[in-house]
Design a protein around this ligand. Sequence first.
Ligand code: FAD
Length: 411
Amino acid sequence: MNAYYDILIVGAGHAGAQAAIALRQQKFEGTIGLLGNEKYPPYERPPLSKEYLAGDKPFERILLRPESFWAERNIDLVTGCRVSKVDPMDKSVTLSSDEQISFDKLIWATGGSPRMLDCPGSQARNIHAVRSRADVDKIIAALPKVENVVVVGGGYIGLEASAVLTKLGKKVTVVESLDRVLSRVAGEPLSRFYEDEHRSHGVGVELNATVEGFETNDDGIATAVKLGDGRTLPADMIIVGIGIIPETGPLVAAGAVAGNGVDVDQHCRTSLDDVYAIGDCAAHSNRYAGGALIRLESVQNANDQAKVAALDIIGEDCSYDSVPWFWSNQFDLKLQTVGISAGFDDAVVRGDPKNRSFSVIYFRDDKVIALDCVNATKDYVQGRKVVVGALALDKEELVNTDIPIKEVGVI
Ligand code: FAD
């Protein structure tokens, strides 16, 4: 590790790794330090709740690049080190080991830490998050002795974990505090479809259900989840998937403007000179959300913001304006989404959910703003252009699956 880097990247996840890669792809020849507090080289996070948890992909196959890549590109990857302080005037960071590293430009790419529950029994050792390889390795190691799993949170990560664990023969119950799963990210038809799918695979789905606490034994192990309505669910393992808290502490302490994440402009610059923020921790104004300041938690956003920051650093004119996209695999269902459905005022379903291949198309002011496509890749591919163009498609034609989306008339 050097005492100075031209570009210092903090956080060696999707965004940080991609920023280093993009800088070298742009022929940037200065020194690059890529610091991460996990002990592994950069790896893909999505398989953690999918193929890696299922045991279908070993860790080597989810590395973002082969281990030798970083040194070959003259990128100084330093694992197992946490940045605890940023001094923007001095242009330096301090590690938790007290070492100091100076920089010319800093890219903050620290993602988020899993939000956990704070209630009686919530410190039990068998309550797990699904954010890092270490989290999932703990789950995998414990699984042989587990029969009943309670998954708290019916979002994508909770549902993906639930699908995998059900397939592995565990008895899974999903506990969701709202009245439907995926309620923060999708419309009712998609929520009900996934609820039915999980139920039909034997998953218990408890809606409008709050967790009041955990019953624990003398060894500090949770044995049951206590719900707000007085019921208890037996559990040998609890998985909590209720979102993340952006890891922005040192930047906020350094004076960066922040709210829900560090605020960045369209070049991914923070309010601090020569300090960028990208990925899950960065709040940006997104035109697909009507210009609202949002954080996107997706590989698309991490990669695209990384490229924008890299281009801005080398002096290329580039703004972040990418169309958001995302995917989720549950059972044999591949969901692909494009756009942001929040704030929709109408939605149509194209295809029959009973056939397990359909799309939900979201409108605002009669213009298409997003699509959720289940086993319907053609709709997803053709729908991208519709979202980018905010086209006002004819809804009657749109629900006719004989007409490809690209041939649906604009009104
Ligand atoms: P991360 O990848 O989280 O990387 C941040 C890194 O910074 C971490 O290694 C962290 O340990 C490190 N760090 C934090 N603080 C410090 C510090 N102070 N000093 C040093 N290092 C620090 N997205 C999709 O598009 N599709 C999916 O199907 C999908 N599935 C997912 C499944 C799971 C289980 C998870 C957890 C995420 C999934 N995502 C998915 C989201 C996607 O993985 C994230 O949006 C993406 O990883 C964000 O990249 P990032 O670099 O901002 O953060």
